[in-house]
Design a protein around this ligand. Structure first.
Ligand code: SF4
Length: 438
């Protein structure tokens, strides 16, 4: 049976789809592209914004239209939030949420048997397996090892779900409470990834700073990192996004005492205005946030510090926005991910008064992006003339190579002349020239 996986949304979704594709290949399925006439298409959906939901709906409609005789499975956050809506779409055969993902394969097995007797997707019984993510005792769902071709950077999922319930966010409803993966499984998977040649491992999850809170062996993110950095062959460990209050002194000390963890930290800010932060139910103030950046810079002066900033939360006035701009300018981020507030039905912020017009939100996003670009450039320029380590991730046809430094500068290195060509997976040292910066 030929199966194709299509993914929308965040890195966690990508990681989960890759894990399922790997599992499928091990079970004897042929994992193919959409153009290779798949017998089944598995769509991993997103609902974090209205755009995520809309893209998910459009993709489902297109797939059932373009592949009328394929089995169509829809899974992920959008399915978890709106299973009934998806089940109503003609041509969708199975709806799975954000848990019990391996049930996809039980279903495909049955569907495969159906195929041999001439049954088509339209004749099969539709099934909805979106389980309640708030049920008692729900644990982290182990998905198998991911080993893909690139052999450079691997995403390693250590945690799922979130219990924070920021007032604008649909994720806790879509993914359920925070669940941590057992440390021994993380360590085993790290060893397997290192054995297959990966040079960099990125710890991902929905809320990795909450790692360990639900486990009873007294481990937290700092403890997990201390164990991982001792593994032979681990050159680079990169951390996914960490909430401000969870970037603790203990974590900073563990990071500062090893050479393995990359000094590149993404710490969501969301707003530079304390009233808005409180209404967002974000548990810190701008003063706390600025103090945290200072503390990190005192110990790791060259660290790349990046943030998410949301524009147009309900009730955000022009003056609030201007204060946010001033604050983020002072933070001198190495990168900003700016995005407009998206009204998600079912969250408290969706019912708040004074929703901001889309046009205003877009203009505010542009302001934030402008500041982000300037501060990113200022940050990168500091390293011109310095020796940096680059992990080669891609070699282009003209022999040039692309990759990232430990502090996440994206570089393009010229083709090698008279020596061995660049190879993906190589860790090389270079003196940064301005023209290398992408
Ligand atoms: S911490 Fe807040 S923004 Fe992040 S996933 Fe949890 S609820 Fe959403």
């Amino acid at each position: 049976m030929k199966v194709c996986f299509l993914t929308l949304g965040c890195k966690v979704n990508q990681t989960e789809s890759e894990a399922l594709a790997q599992y499928a290949a091990e079970k004897g399925y042929e994992v193919v592209k959409e153009t290779e006439q798949p017998d089944a298409v598995v769509i991993n959906t997103c609902t974090v914004t209205a755009t995520g939901s809309s893209k998910s709906r459009k993709l489902i409609h297109r797939i059932v239209k373009d592949h009328p005789s394929s089995v169509v499975v829809v899974m992920g956050c959008y399915s978890q939030i709106s299973p009934g809506e998806i089940a109503k779409i003609d041509g969708v055969d199975l709806v799975v949420g954000t848990q019990d993902r391996l049930s996809v394969f039980d279903y495909l097995k049955q569907a495969g048997a159906g195929k041999t007797t001439g049954q088509t997707a339209g004749q099969k019984i539709k099934a909805v397996n979106a389980v309640n993510v708030f049920q008692k005792g729900l644990e982290y769902e182990e998905l198998p090892l991911i080993v893909n071709e690139s052999r450079t950077r691997a995403m390693l999922k250590i945690q799922d779900g979130c219990s924070q319930f920021c007032s604008y966010c649909i994720v806790p409803y879509a993914r359920g409470p925070s669940r941590s993966r057992k440390p021994e499984n993380i360590i085993n998977e790290t060893k397997a990834l290192l054995n297959s040649g990966y040079k960099e491992i990125v710890l991902t999850g929905i809320h990795i700073g909450a790692y360990g809170q639900d486990l009873d062996n007294n481990i937290n993110l700092a403890g997990l990192i201390s164990e991982l950095v001792q593994l032979d062959g681990l050159n680079r460990l990169r951390l996914g996004s960490i909430e401000p209050l969870e970037f603790t002194d203990e974590l900073l000390t563990v990071i500062a005492e090893t050479k393995v963890v990359c000094h590149h930290f993404h710490i969501p800010l969301q707003s530079g205005h304390n009233r808005i932060l409180a209404e967002m139910k974000r548990p810190y103030t701008t003063e706390y946030y600025a103090g945290l950046l200072q503390k990190i810079r005192d110990r790791l002066p060259e660290a790349a510090l990046a943030a998410d900033v949301m524009a147009g939360f309900p009730g955000e006035t022009e003056q609030d926005h201007q204060e946010t701009l001033k604050f983020i300018e002072k933070c001198e981020f190495a990168g900003i991910h700016a995005f407009p507030y998206s009204r998600r039905p079912g969250t408290p912020a969706a019912d708040m008064p004074n929703q901001v017009a889309n046009k205003t939100k877009s203009a505010r996003v542009r302001d934030i992006i402008g500041i982000g670009q300037k501060s990113k450039q200022k940050y990168s320029q500091k390293f011109v003339g310095q020796e940096l380590e680059v992990l080669i991730e891609k070699v282009l046809e003209d022999g040039t190579a692309q990759g990232h430094t430990r502090n996440y500068l994206e570089l393009k290195l010229p083709a090698q002349k008279g020596t061995e060509p660049w190879k993906p997976g190589q860790l090389v040292k270079c003196i940064l020239k301005e023209e290398y910066l992408i």
